[in-house]
Design a binder for this molecule. Structure first.
Ligand code: HEC
Ligand code: HEC
Length: 339
């Protein structure tokens, strides 16, 4: 805040308080030479106004609020750039990243309330938290499928999911148009624990180009017919046959068989699971105009432990049955070892 606004705010705030004080003093004064309780000489519809003093309890309360305001303004920031005697700060408004927030924590030594509360929460919950994701007494993460079997860890992970992910993927993780369902077997980027963790940590950006300018309305229609036929939908055979000849360009990302490619996040077009809608119109729109969905990266927002919990949670959500006690059949040994 520059000096002008700082002084302006200070002046207006203090002048208002002084105005209130002046008002009380003025109301206490007998300005008309009329004694307490006497008629003021006004009469409205038979109701007379008497010169009664303000009730004492009310006056004291009024003084109390003014005193409170002055004390508050002395101790806490509020008057322009004045920092207050406690030097209190809610948070560092310039902080955007987890690492910067941790620096503030050390640097400001508890003055910044947000940093202080984070620090206190780490002290209080850190240990329980560690037990959920690390091998006891070490800095090695537990395998994700093991974390996924711990009900306490999953309870925390569910809360993290509701806070950070549900607005896009839904509170049940089943997604919505443009935001993938995380509970099924149709993965854009792979459903192994490590791929899921990678997605969450670094984010993803799908890029499906649009083809309207290259192939025109007709070409798009044919391609949509062929695409829909891949998942066994009834289509115009003639259109589909024409679409098939054009599908070579699509094969670069979706594969010759249309089964997709996790390296590009190109979806499987044969499973009748549709990220952007499976109606003929929606598929034609996708092919004509393209789609660019963005999954944000979380590594600068959530710490690694939270990402570990969320990865386990999402992986578990996609498992059809309860995971067997020691080893899930769907995770191969080398994957486990790398986690
Ligand atoms: C702003 C919306 C948004 C938020 C918030 C969000 N996501 Fe996503 N997420 C997406 C989109 C969009 C995609 C699909 C990206 C694409 O199509 O390339 C995606 C993809 C994913 C995938 C990959 C799915 C696949 O099929 O491979 C996973 C896993 C995932 N998100 C987990 C999470 C988790 C966990 C969180 C919370 C920490 C989260 N997302 C928060 C929008 C979001
Ligand atoms: C450069 C790679 C690339 C090429 C080439 C490509 N696609 Fe895609 N396609 C993608 C990606 C990536 C997505 C997912 C987009 C997203 O998540 O934002 C996608 C999504 C789609 C979808 C939506 C699927 C769903 O579940 O809603 C359809 C349909 C599709 N592509 C059809 C085609 C057709 C037909 C062609 C050829 C004309 C084609 N694509 C060419 C990468 C490609």
């Amino acid at each position: 805040m520059n000096l002008f606004w700082s002084l302006f705010i200070t002046f207006v705030t203090l002048a208002t308080l002084m105005g209130c004080a002046a008002l009380i003093l003025w109301c206490k004064k007998d300005l008309n030479g009329i004694n307490d309780g006497e008629d003021m000489g006004h009469e409205y519809d038979g109701i007379r106004e008497l010169n009664n003093p303000l009730p004492k309890w009310w006056t004291y309360m009024f003084w109390g609020t003014i005193l409170f305001a002055l004390l508050y303004l002395a101790l806490y920031p509020g008057l322009g750039n004045y920092k207050g005697l406690f030097n209190w700060k809610s948070s560092d408004q310039t902080t955007r990243q987890l690492s910067a927030s941790e620096e503030t924590l050390v640097k400001e030594d508890g003055i910044n309330q947000y940093a202080r509360e984070i620090f206190q929460a780490q002290e209080k919950y850190g240990k329980t938290y560690r037990n959920l994701i690390y091998v006891k007494g070490t800095d090695t993460f537990l395998p994700l499928f093991e974390v996924a079997q711990n009900p306490e860890a999953m309870k925390i992970a569910q809360r993290l999911f509701l806070q950070n992910c549900a607005q896009c993927h839904g509170s049940n993780a089943r997604g919505q148009a443009g935001f993938p369902n995380l509970t099924d077997k149709a993965w854009l980027y792979g459903g192994e624990p490590q791929s899921i963790k990678n997605t969450i940590e670094n984010g993803r950006q799908g890029n499906m180009p649009g083809w309207l300018s290259a192939y025109g309305q007709e070409g798009v229609k044919d391609l949509a017919a062929y695409t829909l036929s891949l998942s066994g939908r009834k289509v115009n055979q003639e259109e589909a046959a024409k679409g098939k000849t054009r599908f070579v360009v699509c094969a670069a990302c979706h594969g010759t068989d249309g089964k997709g490619n996790p390296a590009f996040g190109a979806p499987d077009l044969t499973d009748n699971v549709w990220l952007f809608g499976g109606s003929r119109k929606a598929v034609e729109d996708t092919i004509a105009y393209g789609r660019q969905a963005v999954m944000p990266a979380w590594k600068n927002i959530l710490d690694e432990g939270k990402i570990q919990l969320l990865s386990a949670y999402v992986w578990k959500k996609s498992q059809p049955l309860e995971i067997p006690a020691n080893k899930p059949s769907s995770v191969s040994a080398p994957v486990e070892a790398s986690l």
